[in-house]
Each structure stands twice: as C-alpha cells, then as structure tokens.
Write a protein that binds this ligand. Structure first.
Ligand code: CTP
Length: 473
C-alpha cells in the first residue's frame, strides 16, 4: 500500500492542514486520519468532529473575522476584567448583539473567578480567548490578529488593575497584550470600589488613558456590590455601554475616514521670556479640537497636537500636549505620516532668542529689550516637502483685514492645498467664541460658508476632507 507523510505535502497544503487541525483541536496526523476516513466514507468520522474538549468546552466555531468582514457587521472585541460587575458583561454581550454587532470575548484570569468562558461563549456564539500562551489560539488567531480584526475594543469591567496596566503599557497576559497591540478605538467602562476610583493613582491612569485617546463610559454613582459601600465606581449599565459603543462605531456611511490617519494642530503656543512669562497668540483651541473630534467621529485615527488650552481633550483622539512652536513641530513630525494634516494652531511667529533662566527683575533691568527670532513655520515646511507630505495639507488664516486676499496669498506662500480663512477682528467675537464664519480657499476658488458653530464648521470640513481623500488612491 502506498504511504504518504505530511512532510511530503506542498507548503500551501501543509499550511491549510495546520489551520484546519488547530481549528478542530487535533494534531495534524489526526486531522489527516479524519479526512481520509471521511473520504473513505467510514461512518461517524465523515462529519467534522467537534473540538477536543477544552477546560469547559466553550463553543469552538469562531465566526468572527472573515464572515463578518464580508457581511459588513460591526465587530466588537469585549475584554472582560475581573470584578463583580463581570456578570453585567454577559448582558452587555446580548445588548451588543441586539444592535447587530458580532462580539468576541477575552476573559482575564481574574474575570474567570466571576464568570466562565462557557457562559461568555454561549452568549457570543464564538470561542472565548483567555490565554496569551495558548498555542492553539495563538496559532489559529494570535493576539495581534485579535487586536486588529475588530472595529472597536470594549473593556468592561475595566478594573483599577486593568486600567493601570493599560496606562503603563503592560502586556503580560492576553487582555493587556491585545490592548497594547490594537490600533482600533478603545472604550472602557471602569468599575471599582469608590475609594479605589478616587485614588490619585487611578485618576492619573484615567487621565493618561484619555490622553491616549481611550473613550470612557461611567462609572456611575450608587450602591456598590460590597455591602455598605456607596459612591462613584459602579460600572455603567450594559445599555449605556452598548449605546457608547454604538456611537463610537457609527455606521459605515458615518465613518468616511475609516482607515485614514489625520494630524491636527490646535491652540496657541507659549514662547518663554523667562520661567514665568511668555509670548503667545490668542487661541482657545475650540476650532482645532472640534476638527479633531469630528475626524475621529468620522472613523479616522487622529493625533491632536495641542498647545496650552483650558478645554478638555476630545474623545477618541490621541492628544499630545506641547508648549512651544518647536515642540509642536517635533510632535507633528513624529505623528507623520498621515493622509491629512490640519494646521489650526495659532503658532507664535517669534520666540525670544535667549529666554531668561531666572525671572527677569524689573528693578534691575527696567523694560527689557527682547531680541526675537522666527519660529519654524510648521505648515509651510510640511506642505512644501516631497517626502512624507500628507496627501491633503490644510492651513488656517486668522485675519483682521482683507481676509480672502490674504488667505489666497497664504495658500500660495505656504504651499498647502486649502486654507480655512476667518475674520478674527475683535468685533466678530470669533476668537474664543462658540461660532465661526469661514471661507474655504482652494486651488479651485473660494467658498464662503454661512456662520455656524465651530462643531458644524468642523463636521463640514471633515466631510470635505473625506470627499477629497476618497478621490485619491
Ligand atoms: N503656522 C504654522 N507655523 C507657524 C506659523 C503658522 O504652522 N510658525 C500655520 C498656522 O497653524 C496656520 C497658518 O500657518 O494654519 C497661518 O498662520 P498665520 O499666523 O495666519 O500665518 P503667518 O504665516 O504667521 O502669516 P501672518 O503674516 O499673517 O501672521
């Protein structure tokens, strides 16, 4: 009788066999035996056999990535942390599924003290992942694919420990490794004892996560599971989390910038005169921040480089905080490459050549004669370079006279694709105000938009950006 060994098979067949074997939890030899018995029509073996029994035999079929990518369903990777609120995450799986999402679950070791992979698997209808070093799931899916083959990662409950690991960039178990490897939006639903929530360490971690672009829902105030404990720390209700997830996911039509990377500058820069004084432009950062938020809502990966402002970081955006023009320039360089860059910051044109190392004393110096030197022009430098130039470079022109003429001139001088021009004379109230009245100056001409809120200007600009990028390869 002829004999054949696996080693003799061609590489492609071997690869497919390996995958099939891993899917069924068998060795490659056993998989071949099963296939051969099936082909020979030996009863009972012709059908695919269920997986080798895992610890709790959670459902093995894993319909998530390929099928869903094809069906267009939104994919949510739910990381369940180890807290008493984990039981609510089972209901969250149902709520997400009701909204048409396909849910995959990761349970931390601590989560398995509260709920089982079997229950999460039964509700999600797929395999539940628990172990970074599980050769079978690493081979079959792998933590990098788990991190990427999804549209949104939801962490619920996000325990104090899990938040600390995320903020610190740890990767010593499957959940933290996936959270470090993902480039998808992340939503956390914190849940912990109120004192743990109030602790400066947790608040520090929360601020870090928000600055990294992580969105949050809750925690809510109320009775805790522990008897006699009340305060802020209850995990948001599954319906609230599902609604927050839905808002982040949007629908495909509402995410025209999905897969695009956008860099935005916003706010003023501060150029030191001495340790206590600085030169700055007036800028609230409201328009730039609104553009960053609108681009993120449209599905883009957004890096916002912000000068000192007193408004909150926009949700779903990675915010990098800088002080001076030179720091802003360096942060923009680091954030590139990008598909589009929007330069909305009011960058100080000059800096003091030699800022005082100590506070300049009035009595000694009288009025100091400050020698100024020019700052790098971030917009012009990026717009005029060949390598790593974003496909679409957009500048702003804040003018107090001859708005359109100055903006046209700026478009040419800076070498950018579009200029958003506005009249910032004090009587317009635009500077620091809530609304804006802009003209979009492009190579094709000038469009004057009606007065509208800064959020509306941002959404309209993002729609234009999406249309322009959609026409480019
Ligand atoms: N800009 C920049 N870096 C600078 C100065 C300006 O990136 N050092 C960008 C701004 O973010 C804005 C645009 O350039 O998008 C125009 O800024 P503006 O201050 O109006 O232009 P200036 O070149 O400084 O021209 P002006 O002589 O009118 O001040």
């Amino acid at each position: 009788m002829a004999s054949i060994t696996i080693r003799q098979l061609d590489e492609n067949t071997k690869k497919r066999l390996r995958l099939r074997a891993a899917n069924h939890g068998r060795s490659m030899e056993d998989e071949v035996r099963t296939i051969l018995r099936g082909a020979a029509g030996v009863s009972g073996e012709a059908r695919p056999v269920p997986a080798a029994p895992a610890r709790e035999a959670p459902p093995r079929a894993d319909p998530a990535p390929a099928a869903n990518a094809a069906s267009g369903a939104q994919r949510v990777l739910l990381v369940i942390g180890g807290g008493i609120a984990a039981y609510k995450s089972l209901d969250l799986i149902r709520r997400l599924a009701e909204r048409g999402a396909v849910v995959r679950c990761i349970l931390t070791a601590a989560a398995q003290e509260f709920i089982t992979p079997l229950s999460a698997g039964a509700l999600s209808g797929g395999r539940v992942f628990t172990d970074l070093f599980d050769p079978e799931s690493e081979f079959d899916v792998g933590h990098i694919r788990l991190a990427r083959d999804t549209d949104l990662v939801v962490v619920a409950p996000a325990t104090a420990d899990l938040m600390a690991k995320m903020a610190g960039g740890h990767a010593d178990d499957l959940a933290s490794a996936v959270l470090l490897a993902t480039d998808r939006p992340v939503l956390i639903a914190p849940a912990m004892n109120p004192r743990m929530w109030d602790h400066p360490a947790t608040q520090r971690n929360l601020a870090q996560l928000q600055a990294d672009g992580v969105a949050t829902v809750g925690p809510n105030a109320g009775e805790m599971a522990e008897r006699g404990e009340a305060g802020i720390g209850r995990m948001a209700e599954p319906l609230e989390i599902a609604a927050a997830a839905e808002a982040l996911l949007g629908d495909a039509a509402g995410r025209p910038l999905a897969g695009r990377r956008v860099v935005v500058t916003s706010g003023p820069t501060h150029e030191p005169i001495d340790p206590v004084r600085y030169i700055a432009n007036r800028s609230s950062g409201k328009q730039g921040h609104a553009i960053a938020a609108a681009a993120a809502a449209a599905g883009a990966e957004v890096i916002l480089v912000s000068g000192p402002v007193s408004i909150p970081d926009p949700p779903g955006v990675k915010t990098i905080k800088v002080e001076s023009a030179r720091e802003m320039f360096a942060a923009v360089e680091k954030a590139l490459p990008a598909d589009c860059a929007v330069f909305a910051a009011a960058v100080a044109d000059w800096r003091v050549a030699t800022p005082g190392r100590e506070k300049i004393k009035k009595a000694k110096m009288g009025a100091p004669a400050l020698a100024l030197i020019e700052n790098p022009d971030i917009l012009a430098t990026i717009a005029q370079r060949k390598a790593r130039r974003p496909k679409l470079v957009i500048g702003f022109a804040a003018e107090t006279e001859k708005v359109i003429a100055n903006a046209k001139d700026k478009l040419k001088r800076k070498g950018c694709d579009w200029i958003v021009a506005n009249d910032v004379s004090p009587e317009t109230g635009i500077m620091g105000g809530e609304s804006n009245s802009v003209h979009l100056v492009t190579g094709d001409g000038v469009e004057s938009w009606p007065p509208q809120s800064k959020e509306e200007v941002a959404r309209a600009l993002v729609a234009r950006i999406a249309a322009a990028l959609g026409e480019q390869p």
